[in-house]
Design a protein around this ligand. Sequence first.
Ligand code: FES
Length: 144
Amino acid sequence: MEYSEKVMDHFMNPRNVGEIENASGVGQVGNMKCGDIMKVYLQIEDGKIVDAKFKTFGCGAAVATSSMATELVKGKSIQEALEVTNKAVMEALDGLPPVKVHCSCLAEEALRAALWDYAQKNNIVIDGLEPPVNDVDERHHQAE
Ligand code: FES
């Protein structure tokens, strides 16, 4: 299996690992098939994502995609953050092998779950954001 240099870099030196205390939004998702779990923390101020961190119990591609996803959303507005899809994360990493596409779906869903949590806590509706699913495969089965 071939991984791009960027994937290897984000796996070996993941950015934004950790937790944010009293985060504005926290999202945790899992994939039942591989058993991987990803947790994303967002700090949101004035509608902007000022910080993002993650903890991932999972494969190398799951670590690399969480690292890239958190990098991509930092400094973005909530609407812009919704454009950080699994495809956007994969592109930023110069691609993933086909069997690892689902790892990037986990990153997208963890991000969205954190935004959902933020919306719930603040009683707001984020256009285009659907509630999190328990098993990421439910929403992304065509992605594999
Ligand atoms: Fe499941 Fe990577 S193998 S997230």
